[in-house]
Design a protein around this ligand. Structure first.
Ligand SMILES: Cc1cc2nc3c(=O)[nH]c(=O)nc-3n(C[C@H](O)[C@H](O)[C@H](O)COP(=O)(O)OP(=O)(O)OC[C@H]3O[C@@H](n4cnc5c(N)ncnc54)[C@H](O)[C@@H]3O)c2cc1C
Length: 409
């Protein structure tokens, strides 16, 4: 039977694996390799940091969820892919070195969070991108008695060449990989400190390596600036973070912002496992260039989905799911199933939640890609949407067959 190996078990990889199994059935043996047995619903990790969710609420056990749907699971840390010999090399949990051959490969191991690129990260850095970061921030916030807080993202090291074979307007150059979580954290912390009764003792500053939320339309950015004005949040553009110190953060030009608590979305770079792989599989940033079917431009039996693919800009769960679905549909056709392959169309879809104040800002915007849609709306019902979406992801164990319809709510 045709062997399909899927690497990575979050939005992109899970969607690709579940969709392919559903579409191709017994025509493919599908197996997924992920670094850890448990995977976590990342968009609700900010909620962990403010104490409204627990990490356990967001965990999916891949070792049981995938076999329940006829997909094999192996826990392993992928070291490299040899695309020429169709082999993946990985390290098993006991430290032993393993390799696995494939007929088709679907890469969904995401990007790399470059915390090591920020001086002072180990001592002064806080984040929400992984469960352990969110828990560390939760403890710090619980003891925070007031002071200056900075929130921002590190630079995005986007690849430049070779380019993916897709319309150029689909892949704009970005300073930040994704500022949605920064926006969400800034709203959440306002609610958190208000609830704690120390809002007047806290000063929140948000910074961006370029123009903040440059992936949204000028009208949406203006709406966000108005929200920040109302909440007393200061906004600083063009601040490319370089160093964290005890009471300040410093950018690449030496500019400083006072900061007693420094929260950041670390710099995004290509995944080290991809950088160690066959050179012509990746671009100069360590991302995989593909065509609109998510098929590698150099190896036609390799697909890339989600953050690992160079065409997804910004790095967004919504785009990871869309690309995972398309790759599965395209491969199912090659395996003999007649399935309609969806057209890739990038749109920024995300919900920045503020659960402690009972509202969220729902964003839908394609103007960055030349479209006309631009919505950024704060409303109580949007908070409910985020809550339901989290429950939906957990209930389906990451198999979001209806996501295409739900995203247009
Ligand atoms: C705090 C936060 C909040 C966010 N909120 C939203 C949101 O509300 N909406 C939205 O659309 N997007 C959101 N995003 C962006 C979204 O989470 C990412 O775009 C999305 O997770 C990308 O999915 P992916 O599957 O491509 O990659 P990832 O989520 O990075 O998953 C990669 C998987 O591969 C595994 N892996 C990595 N390296 C290896 C290796 N070498 N070997 C084996 N396995 C490996 C990882 O453990 C992981 O399971 C948020 C991001 C953050 C950080």
């Amino acid at each position: 039977m045709t062997k399909v190996l899927v690497l990575g078990g979050r939005f992109g990889g899970l969607t690709a694996a579940y969709s392919l199994k559903r579409l191709a059935g017994s025509k493919a043996e599908v197996k997924l390799i992920n670094k850890s047995r448990f995977t976590y619903f990342r968009p609700a990790l900010p909620h962990v940091s403010i104490g409204v969710k627990d990490v356990e609420d967001l965990a999916i056990d891949l070792a049981s969820a995938l076999p329940e749907k006829g997909i094999g699971f192996t826990e392993g840390d992928v070291e490299k892919i040899d695309a020429k010999s169709r082999t993946v090399y990985y390290t098993a949990p006991d430290g032993s070195k393993k390799e696995e051959e494939y007929d088709y490969l679907m890469i969904g191991i995401g990007a790399h969070l470059g915390t090591e690129m920020i001086k002072g990260w180990d001592k002064y850095g806080y984040s929400v991108c992984e469960p352990e970061f969110a828990l560390k921030l939760r403890d710090r916030l619980a003891n925070f008695k007031g002071g200056k807080i900075t929130i921002g993202s590190g630079p995005f090291y986007q690849g430049k060449a070779p380019k993916p074979k897709v319309p150029e307007n689909f892949v704009p150059q970005a300073d930040s990989a994704c500022e949605g979580p920064v926006f969400e954290m800034s709203l959440m912390l306002h609610g958190y400190f208000k609830r704690k009764g120390i809002l007047d003792k806290v000063k929140i500053t948000v910074y961006s390596p370029g123009e903040y939320l440059s992936d949204l339309s000028p009208a949406s950015r203006k709406a966000v600036a108005e929200i920040y004005k109302g909440l007393g949040i200061e906004l600083v553009h063009n601040f490319r973070l370089n160093e964290l110190r005890e009471n300040e953060v410093v950018d690449e030009k030496g500019k400083k912002l006072e900061s007693d608590l420094s929260i950041l979305l670390p710099p995004y770079t290509g995944n080290p496992a991809l950088k160690a792989s066959t050179k012509d599989l990746i671009d100069d940033g360590g991302f995989v260039p593909t065509d609109l079917n998510m098929q590698s431009i150099t190896y036609d039996n390799v697909y890339a989905v989600g953050d690992s693919n160079s065409l997804t800009v910004p790095k967004l769960g919504y785009l990871a799911v869309q690309t995972g679905r398309i790759a599965a549909e395209h491969l199912a056709n090659r395996l003999g199933e007649r399935v309609k392959v969806e057209q890739y169309y990038p749109t920024i879809v995300c919900v920045a939640d503020n659960p402690l104040e009972g509202y969220a800002v729902s964003v839908k915007d394609d103007t960055w890609y030349g479209g006309q849609v631009s919505v950024a709306q704060p409303a109580a019902v949007n908070h409910l949407k985020k809550e339901l979406f989290t429950k939906y992801f957990m209930w389906t164990k990451g198999d979001m067959a209806l996501e295409k319809f739900l995203a247009s709510w």
